[in-house]
Design a protein around this ligand. Sequence first.
Ligand code: ZN
Length: 166
Amino acid sequence: MTDIFSTDKRSDIMSKIRSKNTKPEIKLRKALFARGFRYRTNVKQLPGTPDIVLRKYRTVIFVNGCFWHHHANCKIATTPKTNTEFWQNKIKRNRQRDLENYWKLGEMGWEIIVVWECELNHAHAEESVADKIAERLHKKLQPQPYSLPEESEIGIAAEGNTEYGK
Ligand SMILES: [Zn+2]
């Protein structure tokens, strides 16, 4: 497959792919909301700025673009034929950073769910993905000593790490 785009055009396309609030992510959010889950989005105070944070379940969800985060054996994750080395290095760094962030979150007691863009590609895919996530979350939930509203103004950064069992 040849790369039909110029470098400038490619950069433009890639920046759009990278942007937050991508459509598949919104579909998944809505599906989770419809199942009664409440969450915060793009939480900058946590490593990697997780797309969806379900504090009650100590779980974060990343909706990863297959190209940017290098989804192994995925059709969307092909390397562009122009500036191959540049893109390879860039994606390699992204991947490295992802793994570091997952590790940090794990250390802080968060469970990490990664949903790939291609998993949400077909019609109503978000419903089955949301079902799977719901099942996992329900298994995880244990009685909490107290609860805070998920959408409150209380920033996660204001809390000590100790709360997450560090
Ligand atoms: Zn993929």
